[in-house]
Write a protein that binds this ligand. Structure first.
Ligand code: BG6
Length: 508
């Protein structure tokens, strides 16, 4: 890794949850691992009135988010805290930016950070077009004196039109090269490992196509409901919250062509090509290929579990989907005819994110099988938890005859290191500090992903009575999603069973 250049990280929305929960702990870990440059400062910006000391106290000393606090020495904490500063100002107000610029110059002189700034937008999305405009108006996107980078949190738009507008607005103020659109899934080690698995091993590539693969399944299940985010989630839903970004990004890494080089330009070009190859839905297909659900009240081990409509901040008649399963095709040479299935949901029986490559059945069955469902081989890329990879094979049962038993060849990712896997934000922040945007989403890719998703949203909007299924909290979503998967012997891989004591599926 090349040495990082001195810089200041300016966090807009610094009094918010993300700063305390993810950003500061990740920066602290970088500090602890001695990866930060010698001259470095964080400047938190938001409307709350904090002094530097109060800000340090909030995000460091009183923080419950710094991991292994027992492991941290007071000296480390003090050293780290001394790099944090705070500016109370309203990011929406153009007049506050003169003072911000002054403060940056002062820190530059004090911390020797050479005019290199990263601006991090951890604000409500309504400020995404506004802050860059104010920064640019005051010369803070100009790179004649030090580099300038802008990190933006999702959502990148609410639909295709707003995504396009946001891209236009951002590019009016910063060049694409300066933009870092964060998708924290790309910062996960195991998501990056999809590329390494595919392109560092010659055994997979010959099989990685329509001739050997029956279908591909991507699941991101969460056992929690919407928790305290009902207000946000109710105007988002699973399609916007998880599919348009995280799951399509994972699908792109699984399905894209090999890039010529492992750099930001080439990898993101291949991802774009993949997004552009996803076959758009015809209107009549949306009903059959996209199944939505919403969790309803249930009982697990005798304990009542809330339904989505009972969650704080959620409309009592909400039709927002908390579950989605969809089937789509990629129209290119490699994947012609191979269905891709994606599903994600809240309040499912467990937390698991995995990609399952389902290989074709062997063409001629010579041997009897013990388990019907394991007639075909599966490669399971376990994104989280118990990160790793599983290859499902059939082996001969010892003894007479030729009975086949399904077995697992299981690799645990943590066997590669003694250290804890770094948090996605840690990796992504480090990359932005280095000027490497490989693991960030590019504007054209984000837009292409919206091109696919937008017709589904429009269809739901123009068909307000279209079915949304209720599934009891703690179950694997609407049973109708099972019918999406075609073919004898094939089905979703269920890593565990439904948890509920009772519970009926219903139409909402
Ligand atoms: C976020 C979504 O982007 O990703 C959340 O807004 C979701 O709703 C989260 O819970 C899942 O991330 P992870 O890393 O826990 O899989």
């Amino acid at each position: 890794m090349s040495k990082l250049q001195n810089h200041i990280l300016v966090i807009f929305g610094a009094s918010g949850d993300l700063t305390a929960r993810k950003l500061i702990p990740s920066i602290f870990n970088l500090h602890k691992r001695k990866l930060l440059p010698e001259c470095f400062a964080v400047l938190g910006v938001s409307r709350s009135a904090f002094s530097d000391v109060e800000f340090r106290d909030k995000v460091v000393n009183s923080s419950t988010f710094l991991k292994d606090k027992n492991d941290i020495t007071p000296k480390e904490l003090e050293e780290f805290s001394s790099k944090l500063f705070y500016q109370s100002s309203d990011p929406a107000d153009r007049n506050s930016y003169d003072a911000l610029k002054e403060r940056l110059l002062e820190l530059d002189n004090r911390c020797n950070t050479e005019g290199n700034y990263i601006f991090y937008l951890s604000t409500p999305p309504s400020l995404y077009p506004i802050v860059p405009e104010h920064l640019s108006a005051i010369g803070l996107s100009d790179e004649s004196n030090g580099w300038k980078r802008l990190i933006i949190e999702k959502p990148f738009g609410y639909n295709l039109k707003t995504a396009k507008d946001l891209n236009i607005q951002l590019k009016r103020c910063f060049s694409e090269r300066q933009l870092y659109r964060i998708d924290h899934y790309l910062g996960k080690e195991t998501v990056q490992n999809v590329l390494v698995t595919r392109f560092a091993n010659s055994i997979f590539e010959p099989l990685w196509n329509r001739n050997y693969i029956h279908h591909i399944e991507i699941t991101a299940a969460e056992s929690v409901g919407v928790e305290k985010r009902g207000g946000y989630y109710d105007s988002s839903g699973a399609l916007r919250d998880m599919v348009q970004n995280h799951l399509l990004q994972v699908a792109a890494l699984v399905a894209m062509e090999p890039p010529t080089k492992a750099d930001s330009y080439h990898i993101r070009n291949e991802k774009l090509k993949l997004f552009e190859s996803i076959r758009p839905y015809k209107e009549e297909e949306i009903r059959t290929h996209v199944i939505r659900g919403q969790y309803v009240e249930s009982s697990i081990n005798g304990k009542k579990v809330k339904g989505y409509r009972q969650e704080e901040g959620v409309d009592a008649k909400s039709r927002t989907e908390t579950y989605i399963a969809m089937k789509f095709f990629v129209d290119n040479w490699r994947w012609a005819g191979v269905p891709f299935y994606i599903r994600t949901g809240k309040s499912l029986p467990t937390r698991v994110t995995e990609v399952v490559i389902h290989f074709n059945n062997s063409p001629h069955h010579l041997f009897s099988q013990r388990t019907k469902l394991n007639k075909h081989n599966q490669l399971v890329l376990r994104i989280q938890p118990s990160e790793g990879m599983l290859l499902k094979l059939g082996m001969k049962v010892p003894g007479g005859g030729f009975e086949v038993e399904p077995i697992n060849m299981d690799f645990q990712y943590n066997s590669l290191t003694d250290q804890q896997l770094p948090d996605a934000y840690e990796r992504l922040l480090l990359d932005a500090m280095q000027g490497d945007s490989t693991l960030y989403a590019r504007g054209d890719g984000v837009q292409a992903a919206w091109e696919f998703i937008d017709p589904v949203l429009s269809y739901w909007e123009s068909h307000p009575n279209e079915t949304i299924y209720g599934y009891p909290a703690g179950t694997w979503g609407p049973a109708h999603a099972d019918q999406l998967i075609e073919g004898e012997d094939y089905g979703w891989r269920y890593p565990c069973k439904n948890l509920t004591d009772n519970g009926q599926y219903c139409e909402l």
